[in-house]
Design a protein around this ligand. Sequence first.
Ligand SMILES: [Zn+2]
Length: 136
Amino acid sequence: MRWFLKNLTPHPITIGGVTLPVDGPAPRLSVSRQPLGEVAGVPIVRATMGDVVGLPAEQRAVILIVSAMVAEAAPDRWDLAYPGEAIRDSDGRVIGAVGLCAGPGLASRPLSPCASCGAVGGMLDGAGCTVRGCSY
Ligand SMILES: [Zn+2]
């Protein structure tokens, strides 16, 4: 199985030295804002996150990289992940991510050793091997 990562965040992402360009519009959470008043002349609202908007349908062998908030808000989706721990340069600028964080749906799928390439955790239940270059 050949797996694809689609970057549906607003920015290119560098993981393992490979930069993934933006692959489409970023899904987001709808927000409702309730005005509370003003503090020192600045308006203050209470923002409440609602449903996920703009998330494409699941596709076989495709993991969508989305924002952490979107991934966490869609626990029924097995195909969502978000950028992992940030890698920073000496000035503190983010220059990449160590890997990906699984959303709750992806994290709940059993991962087992691949029968073909032997990678530990390579098999995603019912969806084939996730290891780059393995065709199982
Ligand atoms: Zn494999």
